[in-house]
Ligand binder design. Structure first.
Ligand code: CA
Length: 238
């Protein structure tokens, strides 16, 4: 059973959400103020948090920031009102995973919640395989370390996540949309073009000859593949 925390000060909305998520089979906790919400978010073992932006005591962005500062990675959906100035990029930067504007339909909220839960399950599953070794490359997810022939290669966070995904699925073509959803999540401001840009940067860092990609190959119109076999050129070397 998934456990959800609803932090919302408007009683009518809070109660409607409590009833609805209970009915849908979630274990529901709720809070009506910022400080109470933060306390529960820290103490309870939650799967997801629905967090209102304007709250007494401590606002939603402050709660988000505080949780991420404490390394609490529970997925968060922010609730905002159309009349409120809400900088969605700032919200996502501070650690919210998604946001939804009031008034919203329960159908839409459930869809967002389910999408986030699915994503966090994929992430949880991925973290089980901490070390991946293919050819000259080794990726250590726990240490956030990527090496080629034992030498560390500096990757950005996105490049690291991308590399991890490609290596986990070595030998299989990953569709651009799947790469987007796994690495960036279903955020609105990234496009498939973003994937291409980061793949190009990654190739420059890992390929012997970036002009001829042996390890990461593109499949036109579909996506990318990490080749699990050592390229022939490498076999002839050393
Ligand atoms: Ca409010």
């Amino acid at each position: 059973m998934k456990r959800i925390l609803i932090i919302e000060d408007e009683p009518a909305i809070r109660m409607a959400l409590e009833d609805d998520f209970t009915f849908e089979g979630y274990r529901v906790d709720s809070a009506a103020t910022g400080p109470e919400g933060l306390e529960k978010a820290v103490d309870l073992d939650l799967d997801i948090i629905i967090l209102d932006l304007m709250l007494p005591g401590l606002n939603g962005l402050e709660i988000c920031k505080e949780l991420r500062k404490r390394d609490i990675g529970t997925p968060i959906i922010m609730l905002t009102a159309r009349s409120q100035e809400f900088d969605k990029v700032l919200g996502l930067e501070l650690g919210a995973d998604d946001y939804i504007t009031k008034p919203f339909s329960m159908f839409e909220l459930h869809a967002r919640v389910k999408a986030l839960l699915r994503r966090s399950e994929i992430r949880g599953h991925q973290s089980e395989k901490d070390k991946i070794h293919i050819g000259p490359f080794e990726l250590d997810a726990a240490k956030y370390l990527f090496t080629k022939n034992g030498e560390p290669v500096q990757l950005t966070t996105i490049e690291f996540d991308l590399m991890k995904l490609l290596m986990q699925h070595a030998g299989h073509v990953l569709k651009r949309d799947d790469i987007l959803n796994s690495v960036w999540g279903e955020e609105v401001y990234v496009t498939p073009r973003t994937v291409d840009t980061h793949i190009a940067n990654l190739r420059k860092k890992i390929e012997d000859n970036p002009g001829e990609s042996h390890w990461i190959t593109g499949v036109r119109g579909v996506g990318y593949k990490f080749n699990s076999d050592a390229p022939l050129q490498n076999l002839h070397q050393t």
